[in-house]
Design a protein around this ligand. Structure first.
Ligand code: EPZ
Length: 427
């Protein structure tokens, strides 16, 4: 059983460093499939989702090794273009291998990614784009077969929603398609810009990443490159929230404030004061947070859905009521029930949550329901009175590298093994 034990109400202090971004590492590692040589990635985070991606690369014939934060991938010989369910099931976002394999081999077969804890996660936008680029898409027995025997061609693609994954998948497919591809209503997240920067180092022709129209002129082939992955902006926001819920002042290193400006403004509404340096953010939190009134998750540069659970963990101890509208995923409030077990007062109706802030939370025996919901439980435990046991901590390990090591460095009482028997732990 993978559990975290946390003693709450400890003031935090000092400096904490953010690791490389999971949501950039995954697409750039997949993009190495399109190159015909060796790629070197620095600042690659040590996460279970990254290990799952490396397993799929190995299966496809892209040998790889990881040494501390550096990963070397050799894609000179990609031997397969079918990914077994077992590997696909380890990581639902591995659907972006579809675009890379179509680019490299003209064929890709994998199971439909299926839903996850936060929603159904359809891939209709991805598949529609591949068909517009000349692929034949067949769905049979729970798997998706995409074939483009004559190769893909450029197309003008209007996304019905600025999907991050679909934008990435299309960029990978378009990188070696014949002609020019226009992606309109593209996702604008910083991770999209990171992927474009890597592709350009490999010889791709990409313009407009980070804007709502991306133009890609297909190339015959791409070569290997050396690349440093951007910092994880959601981890940075999570560490800032740890200070916010404990009334602390800390410095978060390897954090780019421009990447989370919408988050910072919500934290400022809660009473936090910031000093943003070149690659670091200093936060000073008030003794008790104010309500954040209404928080709406939106595509970038709006407030990120990945910070919704984190800001809920702040709202439950704030003075007053906060309303949170989740506009990206249809079932991303599963952490609310677990937070209520700690004394929070959250009412969920559809895609809105009404949070009445409480002055005290109590440690409890809770379970993580998904990656960011699990982080919300960590934050609540840091501010609660008494001990908290968080079960299913493997969800948290998907996106946070050694969370107990990092938070302990700034004074949190957190370990993976027992620290005395928490009174709240039943049985
Ligand atoms: C990426 O997921 C991130 N994952 C998610 O982070 C993040 O929450 C999400 O983008 C939104 O920012 C990775 O980058 C690995 P989407 P993705 O396609 O690409 C609908 C985390 O915690 N949609 O932008 O799957 C979809 O159902 C994870 O790190 C379609 O309807 O997100 C959702 O409602 C969680 N059809 C919305 O778009 C499609 O074909 C946004 O999804 C594709 C998406």
């Amino acid at each position: 059983m993978n559990s975290l034990y946390i003693q709450g109400r400890n003031r935090l202090e000092g400096t904490i460093a953010v690791h490389g971004a999971k949501n950039s590492a995954l697409p750039v590692l997949v993009a190495s499939v399109i190159t015909d040589g060796e790629c070197v990635f620095h600042n690659c985070p040590d996460l279970s989702d990254v290990r799952a991606t490396l397993n799929i690369l190995s299966w496809l014939g892209c040998s790889n090794q990881k040494e501390n934060g550096t990963v070397v991938v050799d894609s000179s010989a990609v031997m397969k273009n079918e990914i077994p369910d077992l590997l696909m099931r380890e990581l639902r976002s591995s659907f972006i291998f579809m675009g890379a394999l179509l680019s490299r081999t003209g064929r890709a077969v994998m199971c439909a990614p299926g839903g996850c804890e936060i929603g159904v996660r359809p891939v209709d936008i991805h598949l529609l784009a591949f068909e517009k680029m000349g692929a034949c898409v067949i769905r049979e027995e729970g798997r998706i077969i995409c074939e483009a025997p004559k190769g893909l061609h450029g197309a003008e693609i209007n996304l019905s929603f600025p999907s991050v994954g679909a934008t990435e998948n299309i960029m990978l497919a378009a990188a070696t398609a014949k002609g020019t591809t226009y992606i309109k209503n593209a996702a604008r997240e910083p991770e999209i810009v990171d992927l474009a920067n890597f592709l350009k180092l490999c010889g791709a022709s990409v313009f407009g990443a980070g804007e709502s129209t991306i133009v890609i002129n297909g190339k015959d082939k791409l070569h290997g490159a050396e690349f440093t992955i951007m910092e994880d902006r959601i981890v940075a926001a999570s560490y800032l929230a740890a200070a916010a819920v404990t009334g602390s002042a800390i410095l978060v290193k390897n954090a780019v404030s421009e990447h989370i400006s919408s988050v910072i403004s919500v934290f400022e509404q809660a009473g936090c004061v910031f000093q943003c340096e070149k690659n670091a953010i200093r936060i000073k939190a008030p003794y008790r947070l104010n309500s954040m009134k209404t928080v709406r998750t939106m595509p970038y540069p709006g407030f990120p859905t990945d910070c919704q659970a984190i800001v809920m963990a702040m709202a439950i101890v704030a003075e007053g009521t906060t309303i949170i509208n989740e506009n990206i995923f249809e079932s991303r409030f599963r952490h609310a029930g677990e937070l209520n077990r700690m004394g929070a007062d959250i009412t969920v109706t559809g895609t809105s949550a009404i949070v009445n802030g409480k002055s005290r939370l109590f440690g409890a025996n809770v379970s993580a329901t998904d990656l960011r919901g699990g982080m919300a439980l960590v934050l609540a435990a840091l501010s609660a009175e008494g001990d908290t046991k968080i079960n299913s901590a493997q969800y948290i390990d998907r996106g946070y590298e050694k969370i107990e090591r990092d938070l302990a460095l700034i004074g949190a009482k957190i370990r993976r093994d027992k620290i005395g028997k928490p009174q709240s732990e039943a049985g």
